[in-house]
Design a protein around this ligand. Structure first.
Ligand SMILES: [Zn+2]
Length: 142
């Protein structure tokens, strides 16, 4: 997972808050960053008339908040998948200022295997077939 840096470039300066929805952000990052809120509700049992607590878990998407002019680094690249982050970049509220890190991996140029081709001496190349040698109109019948 690459890490990115976002900075708030909103003019006039103002804080920018972007939701990181489960469907896009969590799916892209591979882990859920949502806030899991347990909601206890009382559900009436129709047979007994008793009210019983029922617990459900609600996923509340996490948010990325950048104060005016602030920069947030080491953000998972998955934030770029969130529609609100995309929109903020498009609307020039936020800019991706991830420093370009040079990879230490040496990129080896595809070394052309230096195969010393046996240099044919001049004139030794087979001569192209002389077109005049081919007789015209000669038909071979069997
Ligand atoms: Zn999630």
């Amino acid at each position: 997972m690459n890490l990115i840096t976002l900075t708030n470039i909103a003019r006039p300066p103002r804080p920018v808050t972007m939701h990181l929805p489960h469907a896009s952000y969590c799916a892209a990052s591979g882990k859920c960053a949502c806030i899991k809120q347990e909601i206890a509700t009382l559900v009436e049992d129709p047979s007994t008339g008793k009210r019983l607590p029922k617990r459900t878990t609600k996923l509340i998407p996490s948010t990325l908040r950048l104060m005016a002019g602030s920069t947030a680094g080491k953000l998972p690249e998955a934030v770029l998948q969130a529609p609100e982050v995309k929109a903020a970049i498009t609307n020039k509220l936020v800019a991706d200022v991830t420093p370009k890190v040079k990879t230490k991996t040496k990129v080896q140029a595809p070394s052309e295997a230096a195969k010393p081709e046996t240099a044919a001496p001049e004139g030794a190349a087979p001569e192209a077939a002389d077109p005049k040698a081919a007789r015209r109109g000669r038909k071979s019948r069997k």
